[in-house]
Design a protein around this ligand. Structure first.
Ligand code: PLP
Length: 391
């Protein structure tokens, strides 16, 4: 008999009932160190007092009004995002997937309104992940995601990750945009080198294309800058944001330049819940912390400490781990053992990591991780590796 919850997930037998900082308490009382943050969502950790206050204060007053009316919390969050980024304008969604939908629509509408309606194609890369909607799976194009779900949304050109020559050769009079994650998350924590992001920006400028960055996982302080592309010294035309921006409340956004957004006039797009008062009140509180240079300096300091411990871990367990990769607190351990076995052994040792493609385990801890947490992470991952070695 089919379970009452549609069985699309492979769930671990863990029932968390409470969270605090980087710690989760299981129903049986065991305390787990959370190095997954609900897949890069709990950017400020669990139950951060500022987020609890922002949410409960807002909940006392007003939960929802339609986007038919003014929403001051939404205005405030948009202003913060515009102030701290390349963007001139923001549309709020409830998820990364919806941000992908709008990014694709915005790019196509831009060229349509410019009198180039044939420019509909978007170049994407293997190993990418842009969500599970029809546009998202067509954009990523991996067999695992698209099989059985055809016909797919047309207009995506898939290239090999890192193949810059391929990009130059793939551009035609139909090309509208290049869509890329500055650091691939689901694909196995694969950072795009700064030089390559710069080159992609240059190619877009040379051919009049839009550069769309998917920072759903790598954005919001995760790599030690507010957004990952800042390391490369470039800016996109359109950017997808979600996960960390809501700190655990479902919230996403599309950020864009005035030019790239020029086709999105009144009535061309909308959302019932996107940018609702609860989500935006929390988003404002997240931004107030994460956009602070002192906060980001701490993220970088912690990231360096964690990375150093992980390098030691890999050196101590060459049969289990191959290398550390990633940026800031978006780290991956490429495994020699099965990554799923390592994640599972982690559960036995009360540490949570997240599997990714390419036999990698992801470490996406709360950005508020303490030095004690880092020491605990090492101890528990070391015990995890020993357990994997013994089996
Ligand atoms: C998670 C993710 C998405 C999809 O976001 P949802 O909120 O799950 O819809 C899109 N792009 C990237 C890079 C992601 O990591």
């Amino acid at each position: 008999m089919i379970p009452s919850v549609l069985p699309t997930y492979n769930r671990a037998p863990l029932h968390f009932v409470k969270g605090e900082g980087a710690w989760l308490t299981e129903a049986d009382g065991r305390r787990f160190l959370d190095l997954g943050s609900g897949i890069a969502v709990n950017a400020l950790g669990h139950a951060h007092p500022a987020l609890v206050k922002a949410l409960t204060d807002q909940a006392q007053n007003l939960w929802h009004v339609s986007n038919l009316y003014q929403i001051p919390q939404q205005q405030a969050l948009a202003d913060k995002l515009v102030e701290h980024t390349f963007a001139d304008t923001v549309f709020f969604t409830n998820s990364g997937t919806e941000a992908c939908e709008l990014a694709v629509k915005m790019a196509r509408k831009y060229f349509y309104d410019k009198g180039q309606p044939e420019r509909v194609e978007i170049i994407t890369f293997d190993g990418s992940f842009h969500g599970r909607s029809s546009a998202g799976i067509a954009a990523a194009g991996s067999e695992k995601m698209v099989k059985g779900f055809g016909p797919l949304l047309p207009g995506f050109v898939h290239l090999t990750f890192g193949d810059l020559d391929g990009v130059a050769n793939a551009i035609t009079e139909k090309t509208a945009a290049i869509l890329i994650e500055p650091v691939q998350g689901e694909g196995g924590i694969r950072p795009v080198p700064d030089a390559e992001l710069k080159a992609l920006r240059q190619i877009c400028d040379d051919h009049g294309l839009l550069l769309i960055l998917d920072e759903v996982q790598c954005g919001v302080g995760r790599t030690g800058r507010l957004f990952a592309h800042e390391w490369a010294g470039i800016t996109p035309d359109i950017m997808m944001v979600a996960k960390g921006i809501g700190g655990g409340f479902p919230l996403g956004a599309v950020l864009a330049t005035e030019e790239a957004a020029s086709g999105m006039t009144a009535g061309t797009h909308g959302s019932t819940y996107g940018g609702n008062p609860l989500g935006c009140a929390v988003g404002c509180a997240v931004m107030d912390h994460v956009a602070d240079p002192a906060f980001l300096a701490e993220v970088n300091r912690k990231a360096a400490l964690l990375r150093q411990r992980l390098e030691g871990l890999v050196a101590a367990h060459p049969e289990v781990f191959e290398e550390v990769r990633g940026s800031g607190l978006m780290l991956g351990l490429k495994c020699k053992a099965s990554n799923l076995d390592v994640v599972k052994a982690g559960y036995d040792n009360l540490v949570i990591t997240v599997p990714a493609a390419d036999n990698v385990i992801r470490l996406l801890p709360p950005l508020t991780l303490t030095e004690d947490d880092i020491a605990e992470a090492f101890t528990r991952l070391d015990a995890t590796a020993r357990q994997v070695e013994a089996t």
